[in-house]
Design a protein around this ligand. Structure first.
Ligand SMILES: [Zn+2]
Length: 447
């Protein structure tokens, strides 16, 4: 394993020379949610993307009780991503950390993508499957090459080689769906099928001699010549990648995939792949558990904020009605990265047509959207004659206004708490229970 500081230093250097910044998941997943959000937003500012845009892009989701929260997505697992801004062409590298081999591999893999972007290697043309395959193969090969340069001692080198081999096997061959030839969303798995290319890299390193190879791509100060290495890896990929026809044919018929035959015949591959999978699971579970604990705490705090007010006066009743609308809207926005236009939901009967795309892909999700939109419409219809309701409704229909609205609710709640302290009447409690029951009709709780 490499030293975490060393990897961090490399990432700093690479980002500095490639118009990029980096963000690691742990640093935006601390005990202080507000601070995390601020840091997250600031990072996206570098890409020229503001809060509103980030919300629509799915990087943020609305939060119950006002405000926004970070949509962590796949970052929760030990994965990374590289985002290139279409606004200013700058890059953001998201990583999971520097501590374990997997995390370190992810760092260099993402750096491979950075060099693709800045050097114009394998330029992306409308999500071309084959280009994506070449890009992922290049990123994998780049990360592997860095590992081999950073392990000059033969024993470390052999360990790195074994690790990468078992990683490749695990990534690809232990995927039961592929072995059985059943496809779900697993096509992208083929983009990472880099075993032949990485094997060619190893062969070439041996042909050149390990010492010569390390010397060739190392500066006198000991740093790696990353840019030259990226060009070299491009050549290795181009000379050894599958042809578009072959990639197409194995995607359609994995039975002909030659590596799969080897995998079937050689038990050792299966054992290696399985062992690696378990190793990854152990490491990731530890980290993921820690993050989930923080998530859980945040959810609980949020939940408290949306508890209905005691329904003992008209004002509280209206607050609760409007709150129920906002909660239903938030649920939709959180899941579908779609900032729901409340005014259109209640006034435009054709509004649901916007979700026709989802209907095709995921009818169940579509049903849920319809259900929640209908909840919103029912509450609106029931109260729209009331001037105060209309006022509150207009408030939550705007993004900034909804924060003001929840702030008001919080104030009433505080006032209630103080009054409750003074007079702990049973009636208020009973009323509160009744209202909770009523609100449950409007809000279907998410697991
Ligand atoms: Zn990648």
């Amino acid at each position: 394993m490499l030293k975490p500081e060393e990897v961090r230093e490399d990432l700093n250097k690479i980002c500095h020379s490639n118009d990029a910044v980096w963000l690691d998941y742990d640093s935006i997943h601390t005990e202080n949610e507000q601070k995390d959000l601020k840091k997250y937003l600031k990072t996206y500012e570098y890409l020229g993307i503001n809060r509103e845009q980030l919300l629509l892009l799915g990087g943020l989701s609305l939060k119950y009780g006002g405000g926004e929260q970070i949509a962590y997505g796949s970052m929760a697992r030990l994965s990374g991503s590289t985002i290139r801004s279409l606004v200013n062409n700058k890059n953001l590298v998201c990583i999971s950390g520097f501590d374990t081999l997997v995390e370190q591999y992810v760092v260099y893999h993402e750096c491979g993508h950075l060099y693709q972007n800045s050097l114009g290697l394998f330029p992306v043309k409308n999500q071309d499957n084959y280009i994506r395959y070449l890009r992922e193969n290049h990123a994998n090969t780049f990360a592997a090459a860095v590992f081999f340069i950073k392990t000059p001692k033969i024993l470390d080198y052999k360990k790195a080689r074994l690790w990468l081999l078992s990683k490749n096997i695990s990534d690809f061959f232990t995927n039961q769906e592929i072995i059985n030839g059943v496809f779900g969303n697993t096509w992208s798995k083929y983009h990472y099928a880099s075993l032949p290319v990485e094997a060619a890299l190893l062969k070439d390193i041996h042909r050149q001699g390990r010492k010569n190879f390390i010397k060739k791509y190392t500066n006198p100060d000991g740093g790696i010549k990353f840019e030259e290495l990226a060009y070299y890896c491009k050549d290795v990929v181009e000379a050894n990648a599958y042809t578009p026809e072959y990639l197409e044919s194995i995607m359609k018929n994995p039975q002909i995939f030659k590596e799969q035959k080897i995998y079937r015949q050689k038990k050792i591959y299966r054992i290696l792949g399985k062992a690696f999978e378990m190793h990854i699971m152990l490491i990731s579970n530890r980290k993921i558990k820690k993050r989930q604990a923080i998530d859980c705490k945040r959810r609980k705090e949020n939940q408290k904020k949306i508890e209905p007010l005691p329904n003992n006066n008209e004002e509280s009743y209206l607050f609760n009605q409007v709150a129920a609308i906002d909660i239903a809207r938030t649920l939709i926005s959180q899941q579908y990265s779609e900032l729901l236009d409340l005014r259109r939901v209640v006034k435009d009967d054709d509004y649901l047509k916007n979700f026709e795309d989802i209907k095709e892909v995921n009818p169940e999700k579509y049903e849920q959207i319809v259900k929640r939109c209908n909840q919103i419409r029912i509450i609106y219809q029931r109260n729209k004659e009331n001037m105060s309701f209309e006022l509150f409704f207009n408030l939550i229909a705007d993004n900034d206004g909804r924060n003001k609205f929840w702030h008001l609710v919080e104030k009433v709640r505080k006032k209630n708490r103080e009054e409750n302290e003074a007079d702990k009447s049973m009636d208020v409690k009973a009323d509160k229970k009744l209202l909770t029951l009523r609100l449950k009709d409007y809000i279907s709780k998410e697991k």
